[in-house]
Every structure is written in C-alpha cells, then in structure tokens.
Ligand binder design. Structure first.
Ligand code: 5GP
Length: 192
C-alpha cells in the first residue's frame, strides 16, 4: 500500500534492534485518514474470506482492527495482556506471548463468550516481527474451534522470521507494507 509506505519513509524512524518507530502516525499519534485507508485495504483483501470477526491484541492492534471491522461490518475483539502467569478459567481462552519490544512473556486472554466455533476470524495487528503475537492469537482462535481466515498486518518485517513461519504453516498473511530491509538511512519495501 503505497500511502503507508510513503508515510513510513517520511515519518518513520529506524531504531537499533530492527525496530521501526511509527509513533507519529500509527502508534501514539494516529492519522485517522491513513487508518481509514488501511481498514479499507484489509477489507478489500479479505472480502471473499467469509470473515465474521476480527481478532487483535491490545494496545496497538486495536486501531487497525477497529478500522477494518468497520469496513467489513463485523465486530472486533481484542485480547488483553496480563502479567501473571497463572491465569486460567473455563470461560477464558489464553495463550502465552513473548513480547518483541520488551523481551518478556505475558499471557493474552479473551473471554470465551466472544469467539464461537462457527466464527471465521481475521487476525489484524500493526506489526509482524517474530510472529509470537500472531501465533498466540491463532491459538486463541483454535481454542474456540473457530476458523482462521488469515492475518493482516500493517507492517511486516520480512527480515525477521514471523512472516515466513506463518506462510510455511499455510496461513494467509497480507502485509500492507512488507519491509525487505532497513537501516538508519533507508527502508526497502518488498513490493516496489
Ligand atoms: P511479534 O510478536 O511478531 O514478534 O511482534 C509483533 C508485535 O510487537 C506487534 O504487536 C507490535 O506491537 C510489536 N512490534 C514488533 N516489531 C515492531 C516494530 O518494529 N515497531 C513497533 N512499533 N512495534 C513492533
């Protein structure tokens, strides 16, 4: 998606450790027009997939999930993060996720009432790096017995392993801005 790629070039910042800062338009301050267009693009890409629900993870997944849900006319659910490692309960789906940005594990939780076995779930997130968040969300959908239509991410860093691992499992992954490589001076996108 050219609009997002141009914005990353203009306002994104590459930090050491393969992190792209997008605080100026996606993560802290949000450009609502760009957000709207990203939702539209995910909705276009997955329009034939029979999606009944969007699933994401707090906090930065909520904005793109909301925009996509609006465009697709379906609800979105976000998994909450919990620090404690002994969260359980029959009425909760849970999974363990390793944080890319903080390097520690946390649990994610979704009340069982909000995903049903007849749901077809589209997973949306802002970034795909090692794929831990996406895999945690897939596990939640599996616990519910729901189908996974695929994963839509605003930015996929193809030089980190998540994208390939998910594709190799036969999962459909759509990235609006697939990054091949990046350093202090440049970001190279895979689709240009
Ligand atoms: P993964 O679980 O795929 O390793 O990492 C994805 C999660 O980590 C996303 O939910 C996102 O919030 C965060 N993340 C990973 N890489 C980046 C990055 O380069 N920039 C930002 N802002 N967040 C990232």
């Amino acid at each position: 998606m050219k609009e997002l790629e141009e914005r990353i070039r203009k306002d994104g910042r590459v930090l050491p450790g393969g992190i792209l800062k997008v605080d100026a338009f996606m993560n802290v301050q949000i450009d609502p027009v760009l957000l709207d267009h990203m939702g539209e693009e995910f909705a276009r890409l997955f329009k034939e997939a029979g999606v009944t629900k969007i699933l994401t993870i707090e906090a930065s997944g909520i904005a793109p999930a909301s925009s996509t849900a609006m465009k697709m006319g379906v609800p979105f659910v976000f998994a909450k993060k919990a620090k404690s490692s002994n969260v359980s309960g029959e009425d909760m789906y849970t999974s363990k996720v390793r944080s890319f940005t903080y390097g520690r594990d946390y649990d994610i939780l979704v009340p069982a009432a909000f995903i049903q076995p007849d749901d077809c779930v589209l997973i949306i997130d802002d970034f795909l790096a090692n794929g831990f968040a996406a895999r945690g969300l897939i596990q939640i959908a599996e616990q519910a017995g729901a189908q996974v239509a695929g994963i839509g991410v605003c930015v996929a860093k193809l030089f980190q392993p998540g994208y390939r691992l998910l594709k190799d499992q036969g999962i459909r992954v759509e990235a609006l801005a697939p990054i091949q490589a990046m350093d202090d001076n440049s970001v190279i996108f895979a689709d240009e």
